[in-house]
Structures are given as C-alpha cells and as structure tokens.
Design a protein around this ligand. Sequence first.
Ligand code: ADP
Ligand code: MG
Length: 391
Amino acid sequence: MIDQINIPQYFLRRNPNMTCRHNNKSAASFTAQCRAVILLIALAFLLSGCSSIPFLSGTAASSGSSGSSQGTASSTATSDFFAMDTFMTITANGTDAQAAVNAAQAEVYRLENELSRNLPASSVSKINAQSGLGPVTVPQETFDIISDAVAYAEKTSGAFDITIAPIMDIWGFNDGNFRVPAASEIQAALVFVNWQKIKLDKANLTVELPVKGMELDLGGIAKGYSSDKVQKVMHGFNITSALISLGGNVAVFGTKADGSLWKIAITDPQALDSYIGILTATDVSVITSGGYERNFTKDGITYIHIMDPATGSPVQSDLLSVSIVSPDGVQGDSLSTALFVMGKDKAIAYWQAHKDFACILVTKTGEVFASAELKNTFTLTNAKGSLTFFE
Ligand code: ADP
Ligand code: MG
C-alpha cells in the first residue's frame, strides 16, 4: 500500500493557482523547468537485513522525538507549499503533528529569506551587492553554511563551488530566460568563479567577495541545510515521525505508527513518473541531484542546471542522477551536486576515499551503481535495470 507519492507536476495539477514567493517566477513556469524529483513512498514494511552504518541498521530506530503519543490523540498533518524554487511537502505524525508542520514551514521560509540570492534583504544578496566593496557581517548560521560550502569545495577539488552564480546567470538559470552564451561570454564569467577567493573572518563573522562581479549561489546546499534545521525544529514537538521533502531532498525520522520504516523511492531519471529502486531507512536524508530537475533544450542539446565550474557550462557527464544517503543534509546536498559534476568514475573514487556517506548513481545507459553499505536496504524495482554494488 502506498501512503504517499510526491510528484511535483501531480501536485501542480491539483493546485494550478499556486504561486512562487519570488516575484520573477511562477509555479507554471517552474513546472516547465522542473520535472519530477523523487517519489516518496511510505509502505508498511520492515527492513530486513542490516548494514554497518547506524541509520541503515536492521531494527526500527527511535525517532528521538519528545515522547510517545500513547494515551493521547495522535494525528497526521501535512503541508504542501512552494519555497526555494521548489515544491515541498512536510508530514508529521503525533499529538503535536499540526504544530510541528507549521513550525517546519515557517523555518523553511525563514531560511529562504536569509539564503536566497533573489530576495534583496537576504544575507546572500547583501554579500553579493558588496562584492569588490568590502566584508559583510552575517548571522553565525549563515557564516557556518558558507564555511561548510567552502569546505566541500575544497574536499571536492572545486566540483562544488558556490561562486558559480555568474555562470548560472549567463545560461539564464536564475531568471528563466534560457540561452546558450558565446564561448567568450563564458570565459568572461568564469573569471569570477573561484571559491578560494571567498574571504571568511570567523572572529568578526564577515564574508567578503573581493572581486566585483563575484556572487554566491547557495542553491546547491541551502535545501540540505534547511532539511537538517527543519528536523531540529520538529524534534521540539511531540511527534513520533516525520517525512520532509524539500524538492529532491528527502529526510525521514522515526517510524510509522505500525513501527515500520520509511521507504524512499529513487526516481527513474528516464521515466519521471516511475522509480528505479527503493531505499528503506529512517533518521536519514536522501538527497538527489539530477539533470532532469531543471533544464532546457536548444538545437537538440539539453542543458541542465548543474554547472561544471571547470568549463562554465552545464555538466555533460555519464550520469543522470546522484543520490546521497546520509544523516547530514549539508553533506548530502553538496556531495549530490559535486558527484554529479565528477561523473561516475570520479564519484566512485570519491566515495572510496571517504566512505562517510552512501550513494546511488544512475548512468545514462540506465545502469545503477550503489555503494556497498546499501546492499541490504536498497533494492531495484525496475526489472530491466542492472544494479552493481561497489566497494
Ligand atoms: P537541486 O537544487 O535541483 O536539488 P542541486 O542540489 O544539484 O539540485 O543544486 C543545483 C543548484 O546548485 C543549481 O540550481 C545552482 O543554484 C547551484 N549549482 C549549480 N552548479 C553548481 C556547482 N557546480 N557547485 C555548487 N552549486 C552549484
Ligand atoms: Mg545539491
């Protein structure tokens, strides 16, 4: 039995009047750009087998929430809304379900107001407006997110780079006016792309972009951070479980009323209303980057919203999607983008060098590669597909 399927375009059909908080975009234009991300399925089904990492262990883990709802009326509350340029669904179970969902939604809006480069009052907009002019003081939280983004840039040798903004702009991914820029325009914009130039002053909580024209875009990390923060907020309520879907970023905690774990389906990038496999887990984020999420096609070539900072162009890799499975949403979001940029072989090599997360890679040829610790928790549902676990 499927309890929930979260497919953005289905949601839009039910909600044709929903609008985006950004004034330059609408839900309708978003639909054209953004395809289905992930199907979330919560099935009454217990995990069999076990794995070496705790969040994939064989028994139903405790949710860490503030107590049992036994003896009190327990309920389920869900909120569907649009924020951070994507559709979000947050569901909670427990006596405080509605209050928890309301607080979660408010937290997403708060973070969007702080981290969006399209809202002029955000810290990111202030940093960008001051580029070449001097440092900007930001809240501790924002300083920490930018510091984490820089750390992942370093770890991934620049495959993840939040100074990618000027490149997003020239391809039209920020305002929706898609176009293929001339090579000279790409070279001119690339001058401003270099995470190593970001100046961070920990003592004074300032961020500085020293070259006029540099700009930050936290689109590759903000939803992962938000997913972590939303979970923290929800843990303050009396709920037993929750499912948080911020676009392609899914986080689950606790177990369902019957004690069963969550089942998270990974979208088939080549058949967006279908899925390639199911992961059974709890207390974990499953964060996917895929070229199918936002793209445009010109002269038969499809250009996606994930950029290769080395070339200044949309990534042309052998991958169609990368899903990172980790309790850390910031790690999941930054690495899903970075491993997508790297392509299959380098992505596997990165996992082999770190092994502090799990991942599922879907290639253009339809093959699925998953890291070994998912052996007992990830199963292929597409009979035609091939699945290889790598060590
Ligand atoms: P989504 O936001 O659709 O879930 P990602 O997490 O992969 O997908 O993030 C893509 C977003 O990240 C882009 O829309 C852009 O804002 C930003 N971005 C694009 N390329 C890069 C990159 N190489 N490094 C860091 N951020 C990137
Ligand atoms: Mg990402």
